[in-house]
Design a protein around this ligand. Sequence first.
Ligand code: SF4
Ligand code: SF4
Length: 372
Amino acid sequence: MYQTAGVSLEEALIEESIMHYDVSRRDFLKLCGGTAAMLGLSQAWIPQIASALEQAAKRPPVIWLSFQSCSGCFESLAKADYPDVATIVLDIISLNYQEVIMAAAGTQSEKNLDDTVAAGGYITIVEGAIATGIPEAMMVGGKTSEEIVGEVTANGAATIAVGTCAAYGGVQAMNPNPTGAKGVSDVISTPVINIPGCPSNPDTMVSTITYYLLYKEAPKLDSKGRPKFAFSQKVHDNCDRRAHFDSGEYVEEFGGEEEAKNYCLYKMGCKGPETHSPCPLTLWNSKQNWCIGSGNGCIGCMEPDFWDEFAGFYDTLPNVPVPGFIGVKTSTDYIGSTLVTATMTGIGIHAIATAAKGRFKENDDISEGSDD
Ligand code: SF4
Ligand code: SF4
């Protein structure tokens, strides 16, 4: 470790950053530590993250475009863990255009946008779907959403689509999709980083931006354009009710004794087994809780077309991956009864897997929704 005047270089970098942003050391270290954890980096990276955030204070500017959406994703970012942290993030990324909070209005706001685009080197963050079927359904300053996103992203350094609407069309694209809503990557030819969610998670947004500032490039993405560091695992993989799933302990009805025991919500429609998301790790609302923690199953809001694919939200998924049965997908009812039978008759685990494969081989090609 480097030393200077009795203080390590790492400590000096952190202290300098804290002074720069006028925030508490505790909050700043939480931001840097949380970002390191999300990116899969050791805590030894905290000084570099602090340094990258400070250096980024003068660049790059950010343009936040809002289209067909509820503005929930910006609300989500603005209400990140600590107000001070949100302030840091907004300061760091030099938010030059954001329709919900910017003080400028009318021609002045459009000038801010035009000047930033002309200067180049900015990050474009898009919230909301692009209306392609009825372009007039989403216009700002006399331009359609498709025109604006095309013009703005063309001269930018990176494009991030936050929320399922900007990533894949979201609720606007739900069948019959009256406005022809599409995700950003469907209407522009340059690369897009998707951070889906309804809303998108503030930790994932901050970590993705920080990754870009650290490495000057996009993180590795999965087949649906999502950062692998955050979306490579399913809700089901890290759920704190997973032990109950593995033990065949399910909530059978809301209000029942199984619910009071926090049993698995699979039979109550939980889509966690098919949803790629870090929610069990990041949590929500200042890390107080999350959907399953509050007693409701995951509705799969970070997967494309979840409004159609996962409706109804309380219907049991017909098939789920079962631990120990590599390549096999089957129902919990079948596995439960098979395990009981196997225990009674002394059939080995390999025989169970073979039996399950034989019965459910027609389901083997069910998509898991990612390339993990
Ligand atoms: S089915 Fe849902 S509640 Fe049950 S373990 Fe999986 S993610 Fe958790
Ligand atoms: S737990 Fe599921 S429904 Fe809830 S925010 Fe995460 S991905 Fe969306």
